[in-house]
Structure formats: structure tokens, C-alpha cells
Design a protein around this ligand. Structure first.
Ligand code: DGT
Ligand code: CA
Ligand code: ZN
Length: 583
């Protein structure tokens, strides 16, 4: 028997149950019911398999935290794509109230209070009421708590300005599974800053090649997570989701998909350059069409055709920021940029010896699975009590384990023993030189006292770079996207020191970091500083974050020659031995 089946990931199911829990709590439902939804959500998020597969086996109730009531709801979602209970609930309790819960220290009780007493149903209304000083006279509230709410809303505005690339990417992929399957859709591609792989994304741009856009537009605006439809049309619709993400869907017929994709990918400044170029060729380039002066259109199915019509080779999306790429294309001097397949080493990862989840052997197998040839195990140093770090005495035992694993692996993968050694607040390193000297590779990183004054924090990094045993500076600025700025570093001084000592600077591929960023990476590479791209993996799936780092490198115009993880073994070992220190 075959029947229709709707797709939901575990995270999407969990979001629904979390929302139900919160809405019930605002409604004033008894606590055990609320907790049941929360528990199911939590369990789904950490469950190792897709709930949909378990459902097909008829074993939903085998998932921890999933009892009969929840299993029935999951079943309803998979078979109908909807959940009547949820729809009814949303009818009773406005879903916009969930936005209120994102304000720090604002729980369901207060959300219920604002809703019942003032009729507030979303964040915008809450902000208006707070600014009009209407909250302070409510029971349990006061001037202070009102001011706190205003500050909390402002923090959200700052935060929700841009979405970190990692989140945007994951969410796009979830949407794409649904939108790509709408009948009639020939192609679906990300566009905008997401396709250019900017470290943060303002809104998602999604482009569909489809002759009749009605079905896909309907699917888009009725997606279960949509909380607001901002605009709606045949070629473009725009919505906001309950996770704060805004997205635009552009639909164009396949015969002009290339023109549309080129336009929607941007950046705006790149497009302006192309338009100038088009004019020089007696053409006009717009959102909809590439046309000759007589008005006749040049249909471009692919982007390559657009660029060819303008007399230049296709330019990779990551480069389209008007940073000289059009000029380089015109003079045929665009180099071949590093790509995922070029990377054959991971030089920064953690095992169970510190805070990683996999043993050294498991990490090695995971690396082999991904085609890597060299893997450096770089657990945290724990000399001065960094949580979970290795003590000096542990290093010998770890070396023995690495040797044993190496013997098992044979020539499939070369393991290096390294350390991610902490740069302490006073600028010294967490391990003494005689310990560092025995390691195959040393990463020095800042994790604490990032807010020191510029001179002091810069000097810490420069000291580390000048240490004869340090090979790499991990995530150099220490930024965390989207909120935590990096240390106030004098990057020129850092780059100069790195260039003088041939110390590598890392592009940390974790999308919460992407540090160095594209602009710094480009400058560093121009100064002949070897760049490395590492995932800093703490688990197997972290290794799959590599592409974010590679895209950042491409945005920084890096060629394989500039990226150490793409070097041949001999060049790499020569560099490791650059100071003539034999390990
Ligand atoms: P974002 O969303 O702020 O991270 O940045 P983008 O680059 O995704 O920009 P967005 O979403 O405002 O627009 C998507 C694309 O549409 C953009 O990359 C290029 C194109 N576009 C938007 N506005 C204009 C415009 O005024 N002129 C031109 N030529 N292209 C535009
Ligand atoms: Ca965008
Ligand atoms: Zn690390």
C-alpha cells in the first residue's frame, strides 16, 4: 500500500512540539502536559535516527519521550502534513506570542499577562506598549522590569539583523526538500548572500525554475513555520518564519533561469558592474532579462550564458562582491580558487582526551571516510586547569595511543599528535617549550580574556606567534557569530609577525566562527602567510562543516597554493620543519 507522505525532520517536529508546549503554557494549561511536549521535543532533537524512518517501521513509541498522544500527532503530520491540534491551538493563542518568549527574562506567564491585559499578540506590539510605558503598571511589573524588556527587545533587533550562515544553510536545505519537490519545479537554487556564502545572511533568497509558479508559491506561503506573509506575487513572495528567518522565493521560467539566478545572487555592487559591462556591449541587463538595444531578448538558461554574452568567463558566486573580480575576469587573470576536493588534511580536531566526542580511532576513521590523508589530533591543553584539557603527564599516554592507532591504520591516514595550547591572559602559553617541542604540530588559540585592551591582547598573539614551536594560530580573532565580536587586535601587527615566522593563520570552518574572515584571509595570503582551513571538529559531523571554511577561503581569493591543507605531503612536512627542529 502506498500513501502520501509528508516530510518533517526531527528538528522540525521538535520545533512544533516546543511551540505547542509554549502556547499551552501561555494558555495556562496544566504543567505535566506542557512538560510532555517539551520532553518529546528535546528527545527528538537528540535522537540518532530520523523519526520518519522509525514511523515507517511503526515504532514511533520506541523513541524516548514519545507516548501515545505524541506518536499520534507525529503520525498525523507525516500522513497529512498538518496537525489539527496545533492549528486549533494557534487559533486560540496567537502564534506571535512565541516571539515574546525570545526576550530575555520574559516567560509564558508574562506573555499571558500582556496578552490578556493589553491584547498584545506579537513583538512589535510589545515594543510599542513598552515604549508607551503601558507595561509598568501591570501586576508584578514596574519601571525597572519594563526597562529590562525594552533592552531585551533591542538585543533581539541587534541579533536578528543577520542570520549566521550555518543556520541559514541548514534552514535552506530543509525548505529545499519541500520546495524542490513541488510538481513542475525544474531547478531550485539558493541565491543572494547565501549562495555567495557570506558569513551572515540578511534574508534567504531562493530561486525556482518553473513555468507556472502558482503551486510553489502556495506551498511557500503556507509552510507550517510561516508566521507572516510579507509580500505575495507570481514571480516573488516573501515570508517570515517562526525562527526569525525571512525568505524570498523568486520563480522564473527555465528558459531565463540563468538571467534570474545571476541577478538574485548579486551582490548588488557586482550586478552594477555587470550592468556597466552590458551597456558597453550595447546590451541591457535587468532582473528579468538580458536584452539588445532593439529590445530583443537574449534568453539565458544558465548563468554561464549571461557571463559569456558579456564577454567574460563565469565568476564563482563567492567572489561576486565587487572586490576586483569583474576586472580580473576582463583581463583573464581570475585564478583557480581552492575547492573542497583540494583539502586533504584536517589539522585541528578534538578527541575524548579533551572535550571531543570521538576516540582517536573513531576520529581517524571519520577522517578517512572523508578522503583525508593527514589528521592532527589537537586536544586542548589543561596545564592551568582549562576544563577537560590534557595535563602534561597525559601527553605521553596519548602519544602511545596515537602510535597504536597509527599501526592499525597503516598508510590509510597519517596521524599527528598536536595540541591546541591556550594563550594565557599574561601572553605565555599553557605548556612550556620543552613540552611543545615534543609535539608534531602546535596550535595556539585565545579562548579567554578576549576583551583586554588592544595592545595587550595583540601582544599575547604576537608572543604566541614568535614561540619557536607554534605552527598555527587557531581562530585568530575569537569572534563568535552573530553576536560576539573578536578581540580588539592590531591585525597588521599579527600579520607581520605571522609572515616573519611563517606561522599559519587558521580559517576556522565552524560557521559560528569563520575566523579568519574572508577579508583578513585575503590580506594574510597576500602577505605570503600560509593559511589553513580546519573544522576544529569535536564530533564526526563537525568534519562536514569544512565547506563553510572553503567557501570563506574562496571569498578571500585563496588558491590551493595558499592553503596548507591542500599541499602535497612533502611541502607540508618541509613547512612543519621550517625551523629545522626535528621532532
Ligand atoms: P542580505 O540578504 O542582506 O544578506 O544580502 P543579499 O545580497 O542577499 O541581498 P538582498 O537579499 O537584498 O537581495 C538579493 C539579491 O537581489 C542581491 O544580491 C542582488 C539583487 N538586488 C537586490 N536589490 C538590487 C538592486 O537594487 N540592484 C541590483 N542590481 N540588484 C539588486
Ligand atoms: Ca538575501
Ligand atoms: Zn579547537
Amino acid at each position: 500500500m502506498t500513501q502520501a507522505e509528508y516530510h518533517f525532520t526531527n528538528n522540525q517536529l521538535a520545533d512544533i512540539f516546543d511551540n505547542i508546549g509554549s502556547l499551552l503554557e501561555i494558555k495556562g494549561e496544566v504543567i505535566y502536559k506542557i512538560l510532555a511536549y517539551r520532553k518529546a521535543a528535546e528527545s527528538l532533537r537528540t535522537f540518532g535516527r530520523e523519526a520518519q524512518d522509525v514511523w515507517r517501521e511503526g515504532k514511533l513509541m520506541g523513541i524516548p519521550g514519545v507516548g501515545k498522544a505524541i506518536a499520534e500527532k507525529i503520525d498525523e503530520l507525516f500522513t497529512t502534513g498538518k496537525l489539527e491540534f496545533y492549528e486549533k491551538l494557534v487559533h486560540e493563542v496567537p502564534i506571535g506570542l512565541l516571539e515574546l518568549l525570545q526576550v530575555s527574562d520574559l516567560g509564558p506567564k508574562k506573555a499571558a499577562l500582556f496578552w490578556n491585559q493589553l491584547g498584545i499578540t506579537n513583538l512589535v506590539e510589545l515594543e510599542q506598549a513598552a515604549n508607551a510605558k503601558k507595561l509598568q503598571s501591570l501586576p508584578g511589573m514596574g519601571e525597572k522590569s519594563e526597562a529590562k524588556i525594552i533592552a531585551g527587545i533591542q538585543a533581539i533587533h541587534r541579533r536578528s539583523g543577520r542570520i549566521p550562515l550555518g543556520k541559514a544553510w541548514l534552514f535552506y536545505n530543509e525548505l529545499a526538500k519541500i520546495l524542490g519537490n513541488v510538481p513542475g519545479v525544474v531547478r531550485l537554487e539558493p541565491a543572494g548572500s547565501l549562495r555567495r556564502m557570506r558569513s551572515t545572511v540578511g534574508d534567504l533568497d531562493i530561486l525556482a525554475a518553473v513555468s507556472d509558479s502558482e503551486a510553489i508559491m502556495e506551498e511557500f506561503i503556507h509552510h507550517p513555520q510561516v508566521i507572516r506573509v510579507i509580500g505575495q506575487g507570481q514571480t516573488k513572495s516573501s515570508v517570515e518564519f517562526d525562527n526569525g528567518v525571512r525568505a524570498q522565493l523568486w520563480a522564473h521560467p527555465p528558459e531565463r533561469f540563468g538571467t534570474a539566478l545571476q541577478y538574485a545572487t548579486g551582490s548588488k555592487d557586482h550586478n552594477v558592474r555587470l550592468r556597466e559591462l552590458a551597456l558597453k556591449h550595447g546590451l541591457s541587463l535587468s532582473e528579468h532579462a538580458l536584452a539588445r538595444t532593439d529590445g530583443s531578448e537574449i534568453l539565458c538558461k544558465t548563468e554561464e550564458e549571461v557571463y559569456t554574452a558579456l564577454g567574460i568567463p563565469w565568476i564563482p558566486p563567492e567572489l561576486r562582491e565587487d572586490r576586483g573580480e569583474v576586472q580580473a575576469a576582463l583581463s583573464s587573470s581570475l585564478p583557480t580558487f581552492v575547492k573542497l576536493d583540494d583539502i586533504c588534511m584536517e589539522l585541528h580536531c578534538h578527541s575524548t582526551w579533551s572535550d571531543g566526542r570521538l576516540t582517536i580511532y573513531e576520529m581517524a576513521e571519520a577522517a578517512i571516510k572523508r578522503g583525508l590523508k593527514i589528521l592532527a589530533i589537537t586536544d586542548h591543553s589543561g596545564g592551568l586547569g582549562v576544563a577537560g584539557g590534557l595535563k602534561i603527564d597525559d601527553l605521553q599516554a596519548q602519544r602511545t595511543e596515537i602510535d597504536n592507532v597509527q599501526a592499525q591504520l597503516g598508510s590509510r591516514l597519517k596521524l599527528l599528535q598536536g595540541s591546541e595550547v591556550e594563550i594565557l591572559a599574561d601572553g605565555s602559553l599553557d605548556f612550556p617549550d620543552e613540552v611543545l617541542q615534543k609535539l608534531d604540530i602546535v596550535i595556539a588559540s585565545l579562548h579567554s580574556s578576549l576583551r583586554q585592551p588592544r595592545e595587550k591582547v595583540t601582544q599575547r598573539l604576537v608572543n604566541a606567534i614568535q614561540n619557536p614551536h607554534v605552527d598555527i594560530i587557531g581562530h585568530p580573532t575569537g569572534r563568535i557569530l552573530p553576536d560576539r565580536e573578536g578581540a580588539d587586535l592590531d591585525m597588521d601587527a599579527v600579520f607581520q609577525a605571522a609572515a616573519n615566522n611563517s606561522v599559519s593563520l587558521e580559517i576556522n570552518a565552524n560557521p559560528a566562527r569563520l575566523d579568519l574572515d574572508d577579508v583578513y584571509a585575503r590580506r594574510a595570503a597576500e602577505m605570503q602567510i600560509p593559511i589553513c582551513i580546519n573544522t576544529d571538529a569535536h564530533s564526526e559531523s563537525d568534519l562536514d562543516l569544512l565547506h563553510f571554511g572553503v567557501s570563506t577561503a574562496r571569498r578571500g581569493w585563496l588558491t590551493p597554493d595558499m592553503v596548507m591543507n591542500a599541499w602535497a605531503g612533502e611541502r607540508f612536512s618541509n613547512w612543519l620543519n621550517r625551523k629545522g627542529i626535528i621532532e
